[in-house]
Design a protein around this ligand. Sequence first.
Ligand SMILES: Cc1cc2nc3c(=O)[nH]c(=O)nc-3n(C[C@H](O)[C@H](O)[C@H](O)COP(=O)(O)OP(=O)(O)OC[C@H]3O[C@@H](n4cnc5c(N)ncnc54)[C@H](O)[C@@H]3O)c2cc1C
Length: 175
Amino acid sequence: MSSNPVELMLRCVERVSRNLSKLIFEDLHNPNKTTSSTTNQNTAITVEKSSPVTKEDLGRATWTFLHTLGAQYPDAPTRQQKRDVKELMSILSRMYPCKDCADHFQQLLKTNPVQVGSHAEFSQWLCHVHNVVNRSLGKLKFPCERVDARWGKLECEQHTCDLHGDLTDFKNERH
Ligand SMILES: Cc1cc2nc3c(=O)[nH]c(=O)nc-3n(C[C@H](O)[C@H](O)[C@H](O)COP(=O)(O)OP(=O)(O)OC[C@H]3O[C@@H](n4cnc5c(N)ncnc54)[C@H](O)[C@@H]3O)c2cc1C
């Protein structure tokens, strides 16, 4: 098992997006489904036969993750945060579980190096590369001046959702 935090996070994101996509797919396609569920205090855990995740489900879940990360990316990121985001994009371009998409994204990173200098830079860069993918799929271009209105930070109490390194961890690394 790798101890690389970015890889661990990516794996975790994959698992969460797979489960989310499955739930969405099942709700859309079988609203009257019967499920077996185990109740543990307030949490109902449903155990069902797995359904296929489509490229579209995976894409939507991944873009949600990336744009939310963009929304929370600080105005003045630390060196570590800049390194992590670059590494995350690089890992995504190798390990994204749709090979065609990963290959496409890898090419895209070569011609559009990831911009990590600030929240504005990173969220606009994400919007731009998402638009490049949109264009290749014949979809409409998203107006990037509206990206902050479309994608917000997670609502969490007492900064519990702040990015790693926002409060104290990398205080001394700013430059
Ligand atoms: C890195 C990556 C590479 C991909 N490569 C491919 C590929 O090569 N081939 C393929 O078939 N699929 C690919 N996909 C999936 C594809 O991009 C879509 O996610 C999928 O087709 C579903 O599209 P959608 O129309 O539901 O909305 P999505 O494109 O998934 O977008 C989700 C939501 O984001 C918002 N949005 C749209 N554009 C932007 C933007 N530019 N900036 C900010 N917000 C925006 C909209 O509100 C939209 O509803 C890729 C996904 C990712 C994450």
